[in-house]
Design a binder for this molecule. Sequence first.
Ligand code: GAP
Length: 440
Amino acid sequence: MGKPEPVESLMEKIVNLSKRRGLIFQSADIYGGFRSTYDYGPVGSLLLRNVKEAWWKSMVQLRHDVVGIDASILSPPAVWEASGHLENFSDPLVDCKECKERFREDQLEDIGTCPACQAKDSFTEARAFNLMFKTHAGPVEGAGHDVYLRPETAQGMFTNFKLVQETSRKKPPFGIAQVGKSFRNEITPGNFVFRTREFEQMEMEYFVPPDEANQWFEYWCDERMNWYLDLGIPSDKIRLRPHEGDELSHYSSGTSDIEFLFPWGWGELEGIANRGDYDLKQHAKHSGEKLTYFDPEIGEHYVPHVIEPAAGATRSMMAFLLAAYDEETVNDDLRTVLRFDHRIAPYKVAVLPLSKKETLTSPAQEIFDLIKTRWMTDYDETQNIGKRYRRQDELGTPYCVTVDFDTLDDKAVTVRDRDTMDQDRVNIDQLINYLSDRLS
Ligand code: GAP
């Protein structure tokens, strides 16, 4: 008897599926890969975009009290001086004197043993390692030319507070939201796209009258938990965990994390923080601008307090991918299916002519043209139909529309449901209605 095949772990399956089906690739793959950065392929970029759009819809589009911005990634040291990041945004770094590997001291299971070479008591004293990437603007390097890649999108909302408040004519409670890239020189990136040096965040700063801060903190904890649940994260895989006092960031007077049960244990998806008036006061002090709100009803200026739901887009995408992954046996065959909520599924529909013959590809392309303006649609005419269904299952496409030889006579197509695999015969002139009824 041969050796049994090694059982792939869920993470290995996700990483392999991501590469095989065009979701996530190691960046600079042809050069051997660049550690801790990833590229999102044809399917992954759709999934990531849908996660960000679902967030934007719920946080900005459906609310009259939140507006969006898109701030710059490069920013001068003054911003990070004021925010406290130059001084405080660091992790404790230790070096192993034997093998020269570096670790975050707070992540070591045993401070007396190097996990890489097993050497005993080989670590240097911990030193604070600032996580911000520094570069220089213009052709000259050196003091006065330093700039930083933002390590969070949040500061763009604080530095623009006054301009946004005045131009949008919002009054507290109101929020400023942003989705975009952030950069951190993480000491120990890892677990696929969970912790990377370049990633995307979805953050919102909600400015409130000081005496309403606690109630809005509770409100945003509920809202944000419901967002993940509504988009298909099962309730036993997500939890809200209040921070202990010694875990709080330098700006926070209260934080709760939304955590997901990853294959290696609970991990943070989002932090909801009560930032008080820390940021606006700091930026007012350092810039000399008055960052207050004048409330005409009480005739007073005050510094709003801030509640911040700060989520990772790339990290949430990974959680949605893990939660959607399912396998079942169908006719002695293993079927892998990503059971995404329709709103985040990369493709909503796939059009599949039964054969590559012109007689079928031509009407199939007409059907693709009919559907493509409404939903992101894939078109695939290679391989046998069974394999194409399996491929779409692995992409999480909710509906496959098959054009066969009967279509030429009855002007109808077969629509296959991803989850039940049930098939319906639908008249082409009813197809848009049929899909609209089912796709949210
Ligand atoms: N403005 C507050 C802030 O940035 P954070 O908890 O440091 O808070 C918010 O980051 C979210 O950004 C995290 O919950 C996580 O989802 C995501 N995130 C942070 N660092 C990350 C990294 N290195 N790789 C991927 N996602 C990251």
